[in-house]
Design a protein around this ligand. Structure first.
Ligand code: FEO
Length: 177
């Protein structure tokens, strides 16, 4: 079954969205590298790799469906942040935006009755749910920690225990959950 042109265009855009997301997280990792929070830096770096894997998953899907891959340019990501909370708030917004993009893609896949694409997009929707939850949980705990250095360092250590990633899947903070 030939991939619908509108769907092909949106899937190509999603390759770009995921690569852009990877860049956003890499900028966050770089910002944390300039702070004492080595664990958060490691977590953001792992998340950047995971987003690249998402892009490659969409890339491979377009190739496997015998459609044309069309890569686009990636915008400069935000690189200045005020605090760990500020970074994670941006991360949550980023994930909510991607969830919306994938939701929209799913709707188009449904309209054109492309069930294989719907299947792929369902995997991504579950992944997004997990990512949003992870970031929201961390935000809640960062707010609880406030300006207490000891609590912040506990959260940082927990974030640093995240595996290097790259496989596309687990986004959690390791530790107690
Ligand atoms: Fe692949 Fe978190 O968006």
């Amino acid at each position: 079954m030939t991939l619908n042109p509108k769907l092909t265009k949106l899937l190509n855009e999603q390759i770009n969205n995921e690569m852009s997301s990877s860049y956003v997280y890499l900028a966050m990792a770089a910002w944390f590298e300039g702070t004492p929070y080595a664990g958060f830096a490691k977590w953001m770096f792992a998340q950047s790799r995971e987003e690249t894997m998402h892009a490659l998953k969409f890339y491979q899907y377009v190739v496997d469906r015998d459609a044309k891959v069309e890569l686009q340019s990636i915008a400069t990501p935000k690189s200045d942040f005020q605090s760990p909370i500020d970074v994670f708030e941006h991360s949550l917004k980023q994930e909510e935006k991607v969830t919306q993009q994938i939701n929209d893609l799913f709707e188009v896949a449904e309209q054109v009755k492309d069930h294989a694409s719907k299947n792929l997009l369902l995997w991504f929707l579950n992944e997004q749910m997990e990512e949003e939850k992870t970031v929201r949980d961390m935000l809640d705990r960062l707010k609880l920690a406030g300006n207490d250095p000891a609590s912040l360092l506990v959260l940082d250590r927990e974030a640093g225990s995240r595996p290097a990633g790259g496989g596309g899947g687990k986004t959690d903070f390791g530790g107690d959950r």
